[in-house]
Write a protein that binds this ligand. Structure first.
Ligand code: NAD
Ligand code: DAU
Length: 334
């Protein structure tokens, strides 16, 4: 499927802006980004791209009229926009319900009306968590069991997509990916928070004992998989995206400190996250065997070193977000 006009929601956020860059590098597509420019976005991440290929529309995915107009001009919609941070969802779930559920509903109604291809970006958190010693991982058939307001609204949005495929014949695919890292990630998230803490001479902050495991994937590998699914995925199917990158949080903090030339033990334990999921792990065999995708970043340590370099070189990008983010964490003792 050769697509020329993309509508990318949330393209001023972390994964979305990397996806737009991926499209510019690997396709001839024109891209319209629809983004509300919440605290999580930087408009410059989009406006710095070639204007003849990328346009930024500042607006809300819950705005039915706007969404209807933009979807009508697109060949494919890739839906990244979301409230994405678990800790924020525990402090105030309401924007999560609005954006993740109502916003997805508006997009589905618009693609239904216009017969436009739709790809839905989701998370492995919809499956809940695994025990540390569980030999199994998440599969496309694992039952949904989300833990937080964030993950439950993402789970709800996935179910809306499945229903719109079955009941209305919407041409959609879904992908559920594990934890991403790489450039342009907001400093509220684990890895950039610790890197920027170290740059600022602060000690990294580990929730609880730090034994929780996340399955890390570089954002470019996630986005290559998304493009592959759009081009060759089967309509109505769900694909899990993961790069066999399981690490516990303590190990990640120690690696960041070591790679940044600091004592690997020089971090502090802070309050744990309520309901904190223990372990995520993805089995991405379906994506690999059916669509021939494989991750390019096979060394987490190398990807982490490149990410540290990016934050060192791009302080102008993250500095405006740092103080407000840390003030928010201060209130919950994290
Ligand atoms: P992010 O928070 O960095 O970016 C979200 C973007 O959505 C921002 O630009 C924000 O302004 C925009 N947005 C929020 N509400 C909006 C609204 N109502 N209308 C229009 N735009 C709105 O998030 P991210 O980490 O880039 O995540 C992108 C998507 O990928 C989300 O759907 C998330 O659930 C999913 N995902 C994330 C990860 C991860 O590790 N970060 C892993 C798997 C899946
Ligand atoms: O699994 C995919 C999900 O990954 C995405 O759906 C979410 O959008 C994304 O935010 C991410 O969710 P997590 O909650 O796993 O990511 P976060 O970066 O918030 O935290 C990663 C782990 O690190 C988690 O176990 C909590 C811990 N942590 C986090 C922060 C911010 C710390 O120990 N210290 C911290 O300062």
């Amino acid at each position: 499927m050769v697509v020329s006009n993309y509508l990318v929601t949330g393209g001023a956020g972390f994964i979305g802006t990397n996806f737009v860059r991926h499209l510019l590098a690997h396709t001839d597509a024109r891209v319209v980004v629809l983004d509300k420019l919440t605290y999580a976005a930087r408009a410059e991440s989009v406006t710095s791209l070639p204007a003849d290929r990328v346009e930024l529309v500042h607006g809300d995915i819950c705005d039915a009229e706007l969404v209807n107009r933009l979807v009508g001009d697109a060949d494919v919609v890739v839906h990244f926009a979301a409230e994405s941070h678990n800790d924020n969802s525990l402090n105030d779930p309401s924007p999560f319900v609005q954006t993740n559920l109502v916003g997805t509903y508006q997009l589905l109604e618009a693609v239904r009306r216009h017969g436009v291809r739709y790809h839905h970006i989701s998370t492995d958190e919809v499956y809940g968590d695994l025990e540390l010693d569980d030999p199994d991982r998440f599969h496309e058939w694992t039952p949904y069991n989300p833990s937080s307001p964030y993950s439950s609204t993402k789970a709800g949005s996935d179910l809306l997509v499945r229903a719109w495929v079955r009941s209305f014949g919407v041409q959609a695919t879904i992908s559920n990916c594990s934890n991403n890292y790489g450039p342009f990630q907001h400093v509220e998230k684990f890895i950039p928070r610790q890197i920027t803490n170290v740059i600022d001479g602060e000690r990294p902050k580990l929730y609880g004992a730090g034994l929780n495991v996340r399955d890390w994937i570089h954002v470019d590998d996630h986005n290559a998989a998304v493009l592959r699914i759009i081009e060759a995925g089967r309509i109505g199917e769900t694909y899990l995206i993961g790069a066999d990158g399981e690490e516990n949080n303590k190990t990640v903090i120690e690696a960041i400190l070591r790679l940044m030339g600091r004592d690997p033990e020089d971090y502090v334990h802070v309050n744990d996250r309520p309901g904190h999921d223990l372990r995520y792990a993805i089995d991405s065999s379906k994506l690999r065997s059916e669509l021939g995708w494989a991750p390019r970043y096979t060394s987490f340590e190398e990807g982490l070193a490149a990410t540290i370099e990016w934050y060192r070189d791009n302080e102008d990008w993250w500095r405006p977000m740092k103080a407000a983010t840390e003030a928010k964490y201060e209130r919950t003792g994290q």
